[in-house]
Design a protein around this ligand. Structure first.
Ligand SMILES: C[S@@+](CC[C@H](N)C(=O)[O-])C[C@H]1O[C@@H](n2cnc3c(N)ncnc32)[C@H](O)[C@@H]1O
Length: 273
């Protein structure tokens, strides 16, 4: 993996890598999202977000809207809202019905106090200046407006981190290989409340724990392979490590009937005062 925190942060926030590779299309994001169909309990995240916006009227901006998972549901369930999807990747926005625009979360193309709610779902860990971007959300929000953010815990999917180290160790011919890149570490569920609390009067955390259990290695391997944009950040051959990980998961399924992954994600509901 990336050898220093600075190199790690640079790789996670590199805008040309994000828009030109990682999120050039929705392919890799969809592979990560689809693993949750094997989670129990299952959370309908777009439904939970819609529920937390039930009092909101007016304009809702989905910053880093990606493949439109959330904004598409809102368009369907809340036709009364003015909805705008923003993302730094023009490619991924091509998959989302409009209105959408290419924009950087750190410099939103919106007037002061013009949005009733801002969504920042699984995206703040990708921005270079997290506190600056959070205060940018405060600038565009009306007084009393809502921010809904989401991210994962530092302990989320620890079994996949372990699997990566076992597989990369086998490829390198040693006990354990280097750890893999962690996307959410810069804005994990543990760090997010204090970062958001500097700009918003109330921050309510909703933890969403669960367990993914699969009897086929394919969705796990597709999830691991979805990190291919960061393949060169790892000090091991990426494809070989993925292949070896698939063999390890298959062996475990043969032995125990299933492969389990412990998940902890969460929503943060923030109100400006
Ligand atoms: C993990 S995806 C999440 C997509 C969507 N919000 C979801 O939860 O399904 C992160 C998204 O944030 C976008 N993104 C990353 N940095 C950004 C920035 N500085 N400004 C706007 N969008 C950004 C990426 O292009 C990507 O589409």
């Amino acid at each position: 993996m990336t050898d220093t925190p600075a190199r790690h942060d640079a790789a996670v926030t590199d805008r040309s890598l994000l828009s030109g590779s990682a999120y050039k299309s929705g392919r890799d994001l969809s592979a990560r999202q689809s693993l949750y169909q094997w989670q129990s309990p299952r959370y309908d995240l777009p439904d939970l977000v819609t529920e937390h916006l039930r009092e909101i009227r007016g304009t809702v901006v989905d910053v880093g809207c990606g493949n439109g998972k959330f904004i598409n549901r809102l368009r369907q369930d809340r036709p009364d809202l003015r909805l705008l999807g923003l993302d730094i990747s023009a490619g991924i926005l091509g998959e989302v019905p409009g209105p959408v625009a290419v924009a950087d979360a750190a410099r939103l193309p919106l007037r002061d106090a013009s949005a009733n709610a801002v969504l920042a779902l699984h995206m703040l860990y990708h921005v270079e200046d997290i506190p600056g971007t959070i205060s940018e959300f405060g600038r565009v929000l009306i007084e009393g407006g809502t921010v809904v953010a989401s991210t994962n815990s530092d302990h989320d999917k620890a079994e996949l981190d372990d699997l990566w180290q076992r597989a990369s160790g086998d490829v390198l011919g040693r006990d354990r290989g280097p750890s893999r890149i962690s996307l959410s570490a810069r804005f994990s569920l543990e760090k997010a409340p204090s970062l958001l609390g500097t700009a918003f009067g109330t921050v309510h955390v909703i933890e969403l724990p669960g367990t993914i259990a699969v009897t086929d290695p394919a969705p796990v391997i597709a999830h691991m392979a979805s990190y291919r944009a960061w393949a060169d950040q790892h000090e091991v051959p990426f494809e070989e490590t993925i292949q070896r990980a698939g063999q390890i998961v298959s062996q475990q399924i043969e032995k125990r009937g299933r492969f389990e992954i412990t998940c902890l994600g969460g929503l943060l509901i923030c109100r400006s005062s």
